[in-house]
Design a protein around this ligand. Structure first.
Ligand code: HEC
Ligand code: HEC
Ligand code: HEC
Ligand code: HEC
Ligand code: HEC
Ligand code: HEC
Length: 416
């Protein structure tokens, strides 16, 4: 039986790599997967819940952390990323492998910087794979969730009960789940059917994961069915809809400008005339010649108004360079405009480097092995190889921006 299952998973992986629809061969298929994929009834490794791994996240990483950067893989094995080699997966959520990448460098004589890997994202605890709780954040910043409890299960429902019914209602029961609802080629559920919610994420109505929080928001989004890929020639455009920032604020309420008394960057509000105009005109530092028709940048995404209409969201999810339109004034800034959900190559899990003035120097991504005499300087390279810097932008070409490119905050604010 075990042998068969391994063959099945390899087959799935092969099909996914080829970009074929896997509805028939999927594992979770939008809902609860085959019980024995995660549980071991008479030979479990965990002390509770008879899991196949020592803890919850290790159970997931057994499959999601195998070698080969494609499809549902989101944890690069340590052996595949020695010093100087970046984690390989380029999914919208990001590769947890960045948590193991600590960078030390000396930007000027006498000053040494250590950028700890655990600042690069959500430190899920997975002892079988050497992932431990964050060394600094004892709780979620801006909230009170205990960081030692953070697991895949805190955000995703291991049993995937939440579903989208044919009338758009989100509920934990009411009709059977026929398949994943995450993709631009996912079926529209007919009467009496349902599809899984986006990425099996917890949401309004699902219970809390162990040690986690009860959500009151739903994360509405659609992703192209091939999403773990280089963005060298076309961006992977996730259509983000209503609820994203409120969803993150479940554990980080004080980081949300709408729910916090602290002064914090606006989220979940319309871009307005000036910011939308900047976004549409901005190509790179010193180049404001862009237009709405082609201005979309997956490194700085925005939320489509406040929509939970999946016909609209499906039409916006793209990886073929077809849907390049930038925002309307009613489209919104969200937590994921600046952060990813799992981990990134940068401090505080931001989508681009916010630790310095320039992100591209002398026409190339900086790095310790940069061909440029300027780009090789420690101040810009920050302990990374060019391959690591490039991968942190999902290999989007440096030539897409300016030769001396400043922070991508400027995509919305044009202060450069
Ligand atoms: C994707 C992995 C995965 C699959 C597939 C899965 N489980 Fe679980 N299950 C878990 C995890 C992880 C826990 C522990 C949850 C916790 O401690 O918060 C768990 C806990 C449980 C528990 C005890 C706690 C509870 O929620 O009641 C039961 C019972 C259970 N699972 C039954 C099942 C059955 C039946 C199936 C198949 C229909 C199944 N599981 C499929 C991951 C999975
Ligand atoms: C036995 C291997 C296996 C295990 C264990 C496993 N997964 Fe998966 N997972 C897959 C495969 C294969 C896919 C892609 C096909 C699919 O979605 O069913 C996938 C897809 C997913 C997706 C995207 C689904 C969608 O519809 O968008 C999420 C989210 C996910 N897994 C989370 C988890 C979490 C959380 C756990 C642990 C509680 C887990 N997985 C355990 C194999 C596994
Ligand atoms: C802090 C919340 C959080 C945690 C913890 C988390 N995820 Fe996710 N995950 C998300 C969100 C949100 C998305 C959707 C990202 C997007 O589309 O921008 C996602 C996306 C995914 C995907 C689709 C591929 C991608 O990266 O976009 C998979 C597979 C997945 N998660 C599995 C896991 C597994 C396995 C774990 C544990 C090792 C885990 N997640 C931990 C929130 C989380
Ligand atoms: C289930 C609770 C939960 C949810 C939901 C959640 N987080 Fe977190 N987050 C945490 C915890 C716990 C920590 C502290 C542990 C750590 O830093 O690894 C944290 C840390 C962070 C950090 C700090 C990373 C660092 O080390 O500086 C950022 C940034 C962050 N979260 C952003 C987000 C965003 C964006 C979302 C929505 C996509 C989100 N979080 C959703 C629990 C959550
Ligand atoms: C405009 C870009 C932007 C938006 C929008 C944004 N963040 Fe951040 N966030 C950052 C930057 C840059 C940092 C690191 C610098 C800092 O701490 O001020 C950061 C830091 C954080 C930290 C780490 C704080 C710490 O004390 O270690 C958390 C947690 C966080 N953000 C969560 C969120 C959540 C949740 C949202 C949405 C409610 C959000 N952010 C929206 C840019 C943003
Ligand atoms: C997706 C677009 C977007 C991105 C990216 C973005 N912002 Fe903003 N920002 C906005 C919007 C919308 C507002 C509110 C409208 C305005 O002030 O023009 C805003 C407002 C601000 C304000 C004024 C806040 C106030 O209360 O007056 C500051 C300062 C700011 N942003 C800084 C930043 C920095 C720094 C970054 C990069 C870390 C950043 N923004 C990235 C959209 C964005």
């Amino acid at each position: 039986m075990k042998g068969l299952k391994v063959v099945f998973i390899i087959m799935c992986a092969a099909l996914l790599t080829l970009g074929l629809s896997v509805t028939a061969n999927a594992f979770h298929a939008g809902g609860v997967a085959e019980c024995m994929g995660c549980h071991n009834i008479h030979d479990a490794k965990s002390t509770s819940a008879l899991l196949a791994g020592t803890d919850i996240s290790s159970t997931c990483i057994n499959c999601h952390g195998v070698t080969g950067a494609s499809s549902y893989h989101i944890v690069t094995p340590d052996a595949d990323m020695p010093a100087g080699t970046p984690p390989g997966n380029r999914t919208p959520g990001g590769d947890f492998g960045w948590l193991k990448k600590t960078y030390t460098y000396s930007p000027r004589a006498g000053s040494n910087v250590t950028e700890a890997g655990d600042t690069h994202g959500h430190n899920i605890v997975a002892v079988d794979f050497g992932y431990t709780a964050d060394g600094t954040n004892l709780t979620a910043p801006g909230g009170d969730m205990d960081a030692t409890q953070l697991s895949c299960n805190s955000c995703h429902d291991n049993h995937g009960k939440l579903r989208r019914l044919s009338d758009g209602t989100i509920a934990t029961t009411g009709a059977p789940i026929i398949a994943s609802g995450s993709y631009n080629n996912s079926a529209d559920p007919a009467a009496g059917q349902a599809v899984g919610v986006y990425r099996l994420l917890r949401g309004n109505g699902s219970t809390a994961g162990s040690g986690g929080k009860t959500f009151s928001a739903v994360f509405n989004a659609v992703v192209p069915s091939t999403y773990n890929r280089s963005e060298a020639t076309a961006p992977t455009r996730v259509a983000y809809g209503a609820g994203i920032s409120d969803w993150c604020a479940t554990c980080h309420s004080d980081m949300h400008s709408g729910t916090s008394s602290k002064m914090t960057h606006p989220v979940n509000q319309g871009l307005g005339t000036d910011v939308a105009a900047n976004y549409n005109a901005y190509i790179g530092s010193g180049n404001m010649t862009g237009t709405n028709a082609t201005s979309y940048d997956s490194i700085v995404p925005f939320q489509s108004d406040n929509t939970s209409d999946y016909t609209v969201l499906r039409s916006l999810a793209d990886n073929t360079n077809t849907v390049k339109t930038g925002p309307a004034t009613s489209d919104r800034v969200m937590c994921l405009s600046c952060h990813r959900a799992h981990a990134t190559g940068w401090k505080h899990m931001t989508r681009w480097n916010n630790e310095g003035e320039l992100i591209i120097v002398d026409g190339v991504y900086p790095g310790t092995d940069s061909p440029s005499a300027v780009g090789v300087l420690a101040k810009w390279a920050q302990g990374r190889t060019v391959a690591e810097t490039s991968k942190a932008y999902n290999d989007k070409p440096a030539t897409a921006y300016a030769s001396y490119q400043r922070s991508l905050c400027n995509k919305c604010h044009a202060k450069d």
